[in-house]
Structure formats: C-alpha cells, structure tokens
Design a protein around this ligand. Sequence first.
Ligand SMILES: [Zn+2]
Length: 332
Amino acid sequence: MNRREFASMALAGVGAGIASTRVLARGETTESSVGKSADIVLPRQNAMAGSGFSTVVGEGLLSVLSDGHLQLPASFLQPEGIDDAALKDLLIRYQLNGDTYAPACNISVWQQGDRTVLFDVGAGSQFMSSAGQLPGALDAAGIDPESVTDVILTHAHPDHLWGLLDDFDDLLYANANIHIHRDELDYWQADDTLSRTPESRQTFVVGAQSRLARAEEQLSVFGSGDEVLPGIEALDTRGHTPGHTSLAIHDDGESVLIVGDALNNVALSFEYPGLPSPADQDPELAAETRMALLDRLAADQMRLIGFHLPTPGFGRVERGAGRAYRFVAEEG
Ligand SMILES: [Zn+2]
C-alpha cells in the first residue's frame, strides 16, 4: 500500500468503535472489566505505580512509562516557511520559547491476556543523559523486562531503539519478539546507508546497525497494513524515517493509535502540519503523512499516544482554523 492509499484506507477502519472508548480515572473500573476479571488479570495497580497513567482499552490495559526526555537545540523549533512573528507567538503559547527544546519520551505498554507489549524501548544509556529511564520505570511499575513478550518498533532512531541493550550491553528484553517494519529494517541495514547519511547523524546508523544485529534472532518483520499481533494493526506513516509505522490497538470495539514520531511536536506538528521539520528524514513526505493522519484522527476522534507529546502524550485531535489542528490532552 502506498502512502495515499494509507490516507484513504488504512485509517478508515481504525475509527470504528471510537464512540465506545472509555477512559477511566485511576482506580476506576467498569462493568465490563469487572465482569471479565475472572479470566483476565490486569496488573493495573502495578502498571500505574510507575507512571500515573493507564487507561483500559477493551479488555487490555494501556499505560505510558517515561523514558525521560531529549535535550535538543532550539533549531528543531524553527522550520522554514513560517514568519518570525507567527513562530514566536506559537512557541510562547506552548511554552516552547526557551533556549533548548526538551520533548518527553513516552513509552506505551499494552497488557492484554498473557501479552506484555512495549511500543519502542527508549534510548538506553548511551544516547543522552536525560533519557534512558525506561528500565527504572518498568521496575517501579512491577514489570520484569524478561516478562515482555513483544516489542514493536515505530522506527529505529536512537531514542526509540537503543534501549534494547542494558548498561552491560546485554539484550534487555531477552524473551521478546521484536517487530519492525521491513522497509525500516532494510533501510538501516543497507550497505550504503552510512555513506549517504550526514556526518552529524552517522552515529544513528552505526547504533541502529549494531543493535539490530545483536537482536537478529528476535527480529520479526511486518509490512504496512499487517496485523502485527492480534488486534494490533500497522499503519504506514513513513517520512520521519523510511519505514516509520504507527500502531493501532483495537480491542473489543475500542481503538487507540500509537503514533510514534509521526506527530512529534505538540505545537508545530498540529498547528503547522504542512511545514517541513528538521526532525524528519524526508520532510515533504512526513508533512504529507501528518496532514493525512491529522485529517483522519480529527474526523474519527480516535485517541492517540504521541511519543514526544507532553507526558503522557495521550489525547485526541481537534480541527482548528484553516489547515491547523490542535492536540487535546486527556487524563487517563
Ligand atoms: Zn523520537
């Protein structure tokens, strides 16, 4: 499926059942979850202990754990194509007008039946000192890394992939199947990727190649539109990277989209989705992807979790003026 088909097709089914989505406050429960508790044990108390955010989706529990945050230069907030006054106004409104840009890193955890699924694994200890906190968050949540059954990668940038290894360079999720889009894997593993990458980002390539090689026996590839695991659908959101994927969780008539970095800035991605971003490897394609994604998310009122949106990054999209949108955060 190409990206235009994705825009018209892939998300069409994703919106089904949105109206019945329930978002529960901490410790709340519903008739349906009570009724099913005999055969489905959700470690809700444990999962919430580490992060403060969990929400029931169908028969499963979706939580967000923090990997910390990134420290990026303010140039990440200065795309071309916007006039200075408008940009200044935008950044002030979102309190992003400091000297640096420190987006959150939100790791989604899906516990359903006997599966524990991580969406990305954070930065590990070798990328940025402000990130790499997922192991501590898992510990606080009572989740043993060895109990993780699946890792689904949205893409292979350092802040999403490098946490596959622990401080001793051992594979942290030793019993997990690690799922990655075939185009993403092919891109990072290609012989010429390093030479085609600007020097400033070559560590991304070396780091991805070494970690994907280490995890080779655990890797499992998927394609756009595939059901990666029962109830988890891969949506093509490439542009940020060549095989970037968002994952739609569907369970018992409810859906949430794990968007990864397809919408990675709470101000610019939503209010100026058509502008190129220096964070994206293919800025034009990423902008096309963003606009298609926002259009469907707003139309379907589907809830989402954004990896770099303000923690926990859970909410939905509203249409604004013109081609603009707005992220509406929701509490779990
Ligand atoms: Zn990222």
